[in-house]
Design a protein around this ligand. Structure first.
Ligand SMILES: [Zn+2]
Length: 466
């Protein structure tokens, strides 16, 4: 084999590379198939034979762009030697990104030349979020010796992770131009391998001492699980005001891992909450035909109702702001709603389908929204920092649609949402209201739901409470 190396202008290089790219899709395809079929260590082993090839003979021919000589036609391989020479000693260097360091800087700090660096970075771009690389990201650079006594960069491996946090190994390898097109020089090809994602079903349980949030965190879980759990009972349990010490929870949830790293929660399949002695259970059912989904109890009753218990994500409520004594007016006033202490900007949503009746400024309520719902029920949202786009009288809203954001406007002593509910024009306690269920499970899915629920119910019951 005879390799020629030319120095070419950037433009010529780009043209040549484009042409070269047209040649090796087979290579790319082949690499893709291998990638899909084998784990990385195997892959690396498969690629290793290139290292034990006979040492290529390199002739370095420096040409100026103006003096482009045709490739010597006599560049044919010498007669094969009787025995292959010993494999060249590869030189490996391992490195890692320092604090605030760009990959290109780190590569050069580890001996990679400027041209190779820019070629490597260009090859990496489709596989790595370069700005997402953090200090400590490790890499390996591999050189092989060339006859002139110099060395040639042949491979680089970078340990990083996908946007989702899945451990990823990117391999960049030198692909020498086909012998028929030596003028193309070499091209760096990159590919990546992500650690496989594993989904495990886990059963978790606990007892509430101060709040559900605290209890789940104490059991080693993350806040996102609280949201997923609360969502199951969003129509049935008011976790903001009805949570009591001694309440108990059980949940069967999917957890996703890759390379030993926890990526996040998948679906909550089953959940149970014992609130002041009454048991609530929910099963998230997805029909096999993909045409029906819903949250049901173990008897097939839908958990969905026309009204949600709360107008915001309960995990974002920072304090029980609720006070019966109105601090601004300075007199004890009948408090006609629920106050949710939460950071300014926390999303506020409609608790039910309805129509915007008012969206305006008021001296006492600040930015306020009033929604009209079915059965003569209206809901109020006060002290907002802003309205969601398009919110104005007459507009239709759906349950859980974003309508505004928590603020501290009007007569308010701190960031909070005042939420009120009226029935027939009179204020009522939202927690005490009974709202109609959504429809029960359609007949044709009843058996399938039964088969889905039975094993989950058994698993829930088998969970010990911490
Ligand atoms: Zn209030």
């Amino acid at each position: 084999m005879r390799h020629l190396r030319y120095s070419r202008s950037g433009h010529q290089q780009r043209e040549a590379r484009r042409a070269a790219r047209a040649v090796p899709p087979e290579l790319v395809r082949r690499a893709g198939i291998i990638l899909a079929a084998v784990a990385l260590p195997t892959l690396v082993a498969l690629l290793a034979p290139r290292e034990v090839e006979p040492a290529p003979v390199h002739t370095t021919v420096a040409l100026t762009p103006a003096a482009h000589a045709p490739a010597p036609p006599a560049a044919t391989p010498a007669a094969p030697p009787a025995a292959p020479p010993p494999p060249p000693a590869l030189e490996r260097v391992q490195g890692a990104l320092a604090d605030g360091e760009a990959l290109s800087t780190a590569l050069q700090r580890h001996g990679v030349g400027a041209n190779d660096t820019s070629d490597l970075v260009r090859a990496l771009k489709d596989h790595v979020d370069m700005r997402g690389l953090r200090a400590g990201a490790s890499f390996t650079v591999v050189w092989r010796p060339v006859v002139t006594g110099a060395r040639e960069l042949v491979r680089m491996e970078l340990a990083t992770h996908s946007g989702e946090g899945v451990p990823r190994t990117v391999v960049v390898e030198r692909e020498d131009a086909p012998i028929t097109q030596p003028e193309l020089g070499a091209l760096f090809l990159a590919r990546h391998e992500d650690a496989p994602i594993e989904t495990k079903l886990e059963g978790l349980s606990g007892t509430v001492r101060s709040s559900l949030y605290q209890s789940m965190l104490e059991s080693g879980e993350e806040a996102l699980l609280v949201n997923k759990f609360v969502d199951v009972f969003a129509w049935n349990v008011d976790f903001y005001r009805q949570t009591q010490r001694g309440d108990a929870w059980r949940v069967i949830v999917e957890k996703r891992f890759a390379g030993g790293r926890f990526l996040g929660y998948g679906k909550v399949l089953a959940a149970e909450y014992v609130n002041a002695g009454s048991v609530h259970r929910g099963f998230l059912f997805d029909a096999a035909d993909g045409k029906h989904r819903g949250t049901y109890d173990d008897e097939g009753n839908a958990l969905q109702r026309t009204f949600l218990k709360n107008p915001m994500e309960i995990a974002r409520v920072t304090s029980s702001y609720g006070m019966r004594f109105h601090p601004v007016l300075g007199k004890n006033k009948q408090h006609q709603g629920v106050d949710y202490g939460a950071a300014i900007g926390t999303p506020v949503w409609s608790v039910a389908d309805g129509v915007v009746k008012e969206a305006r400024w008021s001296k006492t309520a600040g930015n306020m929204i009033v929604l009209a719902h079915m059965n003569g029920i209206t809901t109020e949202y006060f002290h907002l920092s802003k309205f969601a786009e398009g919110i104005k009288p007459g507009m239709r809203v759906q349950q859980k649609q974003l309508i505004g954001a928590v603020g501290n406007t009007g007569m308010s002593t701190g960031p909070h949402l005042h939420f009120g509910m009226l029935r027939g024009g009179a204020h009522v306690d939202p927690a005490q209201q009974k709202f109609p269920n959504a429809k029960p499970i359609p007949k044709e899915y009843r058996d399938e739901l039964g088969r889905f629920v039975a094993p989950l119910l058994a698993q829930l019951r088998a969970l010990d409470r911490a």
